[in-house]
Ligand binder design. Sequence first.
Ligand SMILES: O=P(O)(O)OC[C@H]1O[C@H](OP(=O)(O)OP(=O)(O)O)[C@H](O)[C@@H]1O
Ligand SMILES: Nc1nc2[nH]cnc2c(=O)[nH]1
Length: 192
Amino acid sequence: MVTLDKQALESRDSMRELMDNADCLISQQQVEQALDRMAEAITRDLGDKLPVFYCVMNGGLITTGHLLTRLGFPLEVDYIHATRYRSQLHGGDLFWRVSPEVPMAGRHVVIVDDILDEGSTLAAILDYCEEAQAASVTTAVLVDKQHDRKAVPGLKADYCSLKVVDRYVFGFGMDYKGYWRNAPGIFAPKGL
Ligand SMILES: O=P(O)(O)OC[C@H]1O[C@H](OP(=O)(O)OP(=O)(O)O)[C@H](O)[C@@H]1O
Ligand SMILES: Nc1nc2[nH]cnc2c(=O)[nH]1
């Protein structure tokens, strides 16, 4: 039998407690409805353009999965791994773990991520796409955090219909210290 060491037991218990006490800001049903709207708009705008979707790992994983199964047209999928938070609650410099494999040149590119917070991640990815000579770049982000600290003032995703208040959130792809990306909806730790 595999047993957990003391530190793992503490993590397990504190993460359970965190979830038990968390505030649900957006329910799974509201997330599903937002994804329906996003899929409809993307189908209308890109359905005949043979686009390539790039999931921004890790946070974009769940949004990308749920979005793609709603799209009934031919498309390609790849991923980008750029991270700024690295399991911390505050962002640092952007760190590229993996660059995309499918070439962007001449392609209609869709970047999919979970959250637009300060926007440095998305701004850096947009610069990358431009340098890579994508034919067009569209951004689809599940949720936009409301504050006035955007790296590029007024930065918005092309497709995004959910907003969250200025709290550190987790669930539906977003982690809290590495955990709870699997939480079904969008939550904030009590008191944070
Ligand atoms: O708008 P910003 O302030 O730049 O933050 C948004 C980014 O932060 C998160 O990624 P993170 O760097 O935490 O990596 P992860 O996806 O592995 O959680 C999230 O998935 C976005 O990509
Ligand atoms: N999990 C998580 N990642 C983020 N990256 C930028 N903002 C956030 C946030 O509120 N939660």
